[in-house]
Design a protein around this ligand. Structure first.
Ligand SMILES: Nc1ncnc2c1ncn2[C@@H]1O[C@H](COP(=O)(O)OP(=O)(O)OP(=O)(O)O)[C@@H](O)[C@H]1O
Length: 338
């Protein structure tokens, strides 16, 4: 659906030049929710603004729905842009227009009839749960309500792609959750492809199918959220996950515990239905190894349950190896940490 090829964006010239994106490649499938995460200054905003050419790349190609946007005339680009909606961190609503008129705005631009506008805006108001607020002005709304208007406005021209530029960063956790639920709902209902940028891993964990980690203008790691989240490879990814699954301190302490018999610390990861099975207890009963759980998390990544335990196994060294092998045979991920 979206393909970015060798995308480079430089701001300024000569000694004042900043390279925001450097030969970046990225591919987003139709109907998925794709997250891009990165620290401040990594190039997230530049990247998302290049997808609808709000920012024109210095070089490279931007393919959306089989069309290279960088090759189009201004008029053709305007038509293609209608297929791409966008929402913003600070909502970007027209402050002097009512909720109704904000949502109607893109439809008036393309000369939609008054009755069609009325029907469409009412549908969208119901979709985002703002039927009661259509005559209010943005200043009379909460942050979450403003973002709902932003979403309704973005959907008015029935786009195939929705770009979300830090759409929940200005909202409190509860409101963030309700907006993320709404995005999930419209993704399913309209098979809408969603690309979002964020610096918050929990946003990715909650709704994204795949994720790319951006650092210094390039993608350093990408894949299914379950893979990237549970088996991070790049230091920047590990950095983001540290807040969610921090186990460095507890492992350091566990290493210092002196034990009369041999012991190994392992990270055991369960995914999907295995999260709820009693695999660990069955295996240690057979191998005769004891264990202490040093840390444990059970949560979900989008709809997929997962569990991650940091376990110290104690016993005969051969039996500990057999325990590890059996866990792997049962389809669990095991990483020996020390
Ligand atoms: N209009 C501009 N002129 C000059 N430099 C810019 C411009 N916009 C962005 N940059 C620079 O490009 C780099 C990437 O910025 P960008 O805003 O894309 O990063 P970001 O990951 O979105 O950061 P943040 O999360 O802080 O918004 C930064 O070094 C930034 O200073």
């Amino acid at each position: 659906m979206i393909e970015l090829k060798q995308l480079t964006k430089n701001y300024g010239k000569g000694t004042h030049m900043t390279t925001a994106l450097s030969g970046l490649n990225l591919s987003v499938e139709k109907g998925e929710i794709f997250g891009v995460i990165g620290h401040s200054g990594a190039g997230k905003s530049t990247l998302i603004r290049c997808i609808n050419l709000l920012e024109r790349p210095t070089s490279g190609e931007v393919w959306v729905g089989g069309v290279d946007l960088t090759s189009l005339s201004t008029k053709s680009l305007q038509a293609e842009r209608r297929k791409i909606g966008m929402i913003f961190q600070h909502f970007n609503l027209l402050s002097s227009a009512t909720v109704y008129d904000n949502i109607a705005f893109p439809l008036r631009l393309i000369h939609t009839s008054k009755s069609d506008i009325e029907q469409k805006v009412n549908e969208l108001l119901a979709l985002v749960g703002l039927e009661e607020h259509s005559d209010k002005y943005p200043a009379q709304l909460s942050g979450g309500q403003k973002q709902r208007v932003g979403i309704a406005r973005a959907l008015a021209s029935e786009p195939e792609v929705l770009l979300c530029d830090e759409a929940t960063s200005a909202l409190d956790p509860q409101t963030t959750d309700s907006i993320l639920k709404l995005l999930l709902d419209i993704n399913k209902r309209f098979e809408l492809t969603i690309v979002l940028i964020t610096h918050e891993m929990h946003v990715i964990q909650r709704i994204c199918d795949r994720v790319a980690v951006i650092h210094a203008g390039g993608i350093v790691e990408h894949g299914a959220v379950t893979d990237v989240f549970l088996k991070p490879k790049h230091p920047v990814t590990r950095d983001f996950i540290r807040g969610e699954l921090d186990n460095s301190e507890i492992i350091r302490e566990a290493m210092n515990v002196s034990s009369p018999i041999s012991s190994r610390v392992m990270k055991v990861t369960f995914l999907g239905s295995k999260t709820y099975e009693s695999i660990l207890s069955k295996i240690v009963r057979e191998t005769g190894v004891d264990f202490a759980i040093l840390q444990g998390t059970i949560s979900t990544i989008k709809d997929t349950p997962y569990g991650q335990l940091i376990v110290r196994f104690e016993g005969n060294p051969d039996d500990i190896v057999i325990t590890k092998d059996r866990l792997i045979q049962q389809g669990l991920e095991v990483e020996v940490m020390g």
